[in-house]
Structures are given as C-alpha cells and as structure tokens.
Design a protein around this ligand. Structure first.
Ligand code: PHE
Length: 344
C-alpha cells in the first residue's frame, strides 16, 4: 500500500491532461468508483489497526492532492477550450452592404452605345484635352467661326497656332479615327465635352455626347435617315416617328436636326414637347468633302454620314426630367430613382 501511495503521488506530480476529456479520464482512473485511490481506501479498511493512523493520514493527503490536481487541470483545459472557440457566431448572416447604382447618364450612354453596337458600330474614345486642329480645323470650321471664340470654348493654352482646349464635342474622336483607321469606318464616340455656357435647367458647361460616323462607298442620306430611325425606335419605342429639319454644321453638308415624336403625348402636344408633338434629339448630316480630304480620304470614292447627340438630353426625354442640373448634383434621392433602371 505504501508503494502504491507513493507511486500515485509521483504520478500526480507529472500528470498532464490537455483536453477536458483527458481530465475526466484521469479523474475516473484515480477517484472514480473503481479508481485507484478509491481501491486503496477499500484496502485501508482491512489493514492492521496500528498502521491505520499513518496510512489514514497519507491516504487523505493523497485524495486531497489528487482532487486539487484534477481541479487545476480541469480549469486549464476549460480555459484552453474557450480560447480556441470562435468568439462570434459564424453562422450568422453578414451585414448588408449598401450597393451603389449606375448613374442615369451612364445607363443611357450604355444604352445608346449598345444600340449602335448591334448595328455593327465600333466604339472609339479620345482625349478630353484636345488641340484646335482635331476639334475645329480638321472639321472645316472657318478660321473666324464663332465656336472658336473664348465664350464657347475653354482654352487650356493659347497664343500659338494649335492651342490646347477642352473638346466641345466628340467629333474630334471621329477625326482621330479617320486618321488612324482603314475604311470602311463605322464608329460611335461616347464621351464628356465642355462648353463655356451659363448653367441652367437646359444647359451645362460639362455634358456627355455620343457621336457617330459611317464612311464607306456609296453611303447616302437615305442610309443616315434609316440608321437614325432604327436608333430612335430602339431608344424610344417601336412606334416612334422621326423628322429632319435642315440645319447647318461646318463639318456636314447637307446638315439636319432630328426630332422624334413626343413619346409622352404621342404627338398630340404637351408641356414636355411645348405643344409641338416633337422633341429635338440630335444633329446630323453627310460628312463634308473638306473633312474627308483633311483626313486623307478621297471624297470622290467615299462618302459618309455623321451624327451627334447629348446623353443628358436623351436621358431627360426618356425619364421626363425637367432640369439638366439634377444629373450633376449627385443628390442621392435623385440617383436612387434609377437604381432599378439597369436594362441595357
Ligand atoms: N458635333 C455636333 C455638336 O456637337 C453634333 C453633330 C455631329 C452634328 C455630327 C452633325 C454631325 O453639336
């Protein structure tokens, strides 16, 4: 018995239990109903009376030491288990992340571009800071044309022959396309443009355009009219009508303004179309031979048409927004109206 007590004391000193399960196993082995210490207690009943005092004390110490050791190991195992447990409930759903929505101008620009892409047009882009040559000169603007003057154009540098400026239309990208691409050319040029205009409900100094250019052999005004009719019907609905009014642009001849039938009153006349039944959507025309020549294209062999429209204007007509400035103020209440208008 003495040996057993000493052995168990020694064992207790080096007893280790990493997990709660190990601790419970050690407890059962030592202090359980059939445990080693419990068995010694049984034996104690049968030993000689003169030894009872000594062994009784020893056994009690052993039992106390074993109980304390098991308790100590239990606490350590519990603390370790707690530390390795995840603090949060990982099965909980995540916090909702508020998603932004596309800007209405981006939605309409993508719609316009997509319609022309379906017709086989490529997309071309160019610099917003341009030179006078690509914005005016190559587009047949006479040297003293009023659009070159300071009140219309933001100049970045002046005082030399080809000043830098903020492009006033994306026709400059059409010039760059004619310079760099082989014929036939069929492109749309979306982009931001800048004009020195007083800001009002109908005008802004920054806005967006999509311009288009088609150059090939035997392109006629009838092709232009058809392309624009198809575009208008895709954009505003299958029953949309168009009409063309003679106009003037330095880079097209003949030139026209395009109106679409008012999709709100169906042509009867309302306050959106100011009682006329028609809404102006773009300028267009047959590319002037001087423009073709400036970019090295032979006007005897090739002809083409061009058109250009303001994206904000189309968006205003499509969604009946009566003030252009809404598109630039980024008021969340306005922008959220378009959160679901993502059909492109
Ligand atoms: N560039 C013209 C503008 O900014 C639009 C246009 C393009 C007109 C092509 C005719 C042909 O107003």
């Amino acid at each position: 018995m003495k040996e057993s007590i000493e052995r168990i004391f020694a064992e207790l000193a080096s007893l280790k239990a990493a997990t709660q399960k190990d601790v419970e196993e050690a407890r059962v082995r030592l202090l359980g109903k059939k445990g080693e210490i419990t068995a010694l207690m049984e034996q104690f009943r049968c030993i000689a009376p003169e030894l009872k005092r000594e062994y009784g004390q020893k056994l009690n110490e052993l039992k106390k030491a074993a109980t304390a050791k098991i308790e100590e190991l239990k606490e350590a195992a519990e603390a370790a288990a707690e530390a390795s447990e995840p603090k949060e409930d990982l099965s909980m759903p995540g916090d909702a992340f508020p998603l932004g929505s596309r800007h209405p101008v981006s939605i309409v620009r993508a719609q316009i571009v997509d319609i022309f892409r379906k017709f086989g047009y490529d997309v071309a882009e160019g610099p917003e800071i341009e030179d006078d040559y690509h914005v005016f000169e190559a587009l047949n603007f006479p040297p003293n044309h009023p659009a070159r003057e300071m009140q219309d154009t933001f100049f970045v540098s002046t005082g030399h022959l080809n000043p830098l400026l903020l492009r006033t239309h994306t026709s400059s990208v059409q010039v760059r396309t004619m310079e760099s691409q082989s014929l036939p050319i069929r492109v749309v040029c979306p982009g931001r443009v800048f004009r020195n205009e007083a800001i009002s409900a109908r005008a802004h100094c920054i806005f967006h355009q999509v311009e288009g250019l088609y150059i090939d052999k035997d392109v006629t005004f009838a092709d232009l009219k058809q392309a624009i009719l198809l575009f208008a019907r895709e954009m505003f609905g299958a029953d949309t009508q168009i009409r063309m009014r003679p106009s003037y642009f330095p880079f097209t001849e003949p030139s026209a303004e395009v109106d679409v039938s008012c999709n709100i009153c169906k042509g009867k006349g309302c306050n959106i179309c100011k009682g006329t039944g028609w809404l102006e959507i773009m300028g267009c025309g047959m590319v002037d031979p001087n423009v073709l020549k400036a970019s090295g294209i032979d006007p005897e062999k090739y002809s083409g048409f061009a058109f250009g429209m303001g994206v904000e204007r189309i968006a205003m007509l499509k969604w009946q927004v009566n003030d252009l400035r809404h598109y630039f103020e980024n008021d969340m209440r306005f922008l959220q109206e378009f959160a679901t208008a993502t059909e492109v």
